[in-house]
Design a binder for this molecule. Structure first.
Ligand SMILES: [Zn+2]
Length: 251
């Protein structure tokens, strides 16, 4: 059974939400999912869903594109919950120019994670080096870190591996254009990578263009099995062990 280490039920339209939650609950190939928040509202929603659905775990956090006037004390209180397994997704996104505000939120949320013994889930849009710089100059995550949907760069990978930080592969690795991601997948150590759908975004081949759902995790595992010349079951086993080592509260 696979674990989807990063998805967003919160981004599914309200009228379809129950349908997507049921599909996961009823899918025998899915062990569990991490329902990742983008702001305070989706953090609360994610916690509520995980209360009544055993397979669902939550991360709470403010995504860099949603950093405007969010109360971080409320976030701290929300994070202190048995089903909240990480702070995320947090990070930097260079499609918006409010970089200073994004940086403040990132630093403060790493502080919260470090205080609550939680790992962080990083969103980086063309910002790997800036984030690494923040880790080195201001504050480093103490309880682990994953760069979700990792934008491939060998130098950044080297830094992450040296620090025992994780990367995760999403649907993009199944695309024909994913040469650099495949290069990264070949060399990333077996104990430092995760798989995710980032559902409902970035559907993998061969369902590209559809609304993405957790069941599609199989296409990502399959691609990694080919790239790393292992069995499907082996990749599933490795990534399940990895996700539980990083997100300790899932165990
Ligand atoms: Zn995401």
């Amino acid at each position: 059974m696979a674990i989807d280490s990063h998805m967003h039920i919160n981004s599914i339209v309200l009228s379809d939400k129950e349908k997507y939650i049921d599909a996961i609950n009823n899918n025998d190939n899915i062990e569990s999912v991490v329902n990742v928040a983008l702001d305070l509202k989706s953090s609360e929603e994610s916690i509520n869903i995980s209360k009544s659905n055993l397979k669902f775990f939550s991360s709470v956090g403010i995504h860099p594109l949603y950093v405007k006037s969010q109360n971080l004390e409320t976030l701290y209180d929300l994070a202190d919950n048995p089903k909240v397994i990480a702070i995320g997704e947090i990070g930097l996104d260079n499609t918006k120019s409010n970089f200073e505000e994004q940086k403040k939120y990132l630093v403060k949320q790493i502080m919260i994670a470090n205080e609550l013994n939680l790992p962080i889930i990083i969103h980086s849009n063309n910002s790997n080096k800036l984030i690494i710089n923040i880790f080195e100059k201001y504050i480093k995550p103490k309880y682990g870190c994953v760069f979700h949907c990792f934008q491939p760069d060998l130098e950044d990978l080297k830094y992450l591996v040296t620090n025992n930080f994780y990367i995760s592969f999403a649907g993009k690795i199944t695309y024909k254009t994913a040469k650099k991601s495949i290069e990264v997948a070949k060399i990333v150590p077996d104990d430092l990578f995760l798989v995710e759908t980032d559902s409902p975004y970035i559907s993998p081949e061969p369902v590209r263009g559809d609304i993405n759902e957790t069941a599609n995790i199989k296409y990502i595992i399959n691609t990694l099995a080919k790239v790393k010349q292992k069995d499907y079951e082996e990749i599933e086993k490795i990534t399940n062990e990895n996700v539980k080592r990083l997100f300790k509260k899932m165990r």
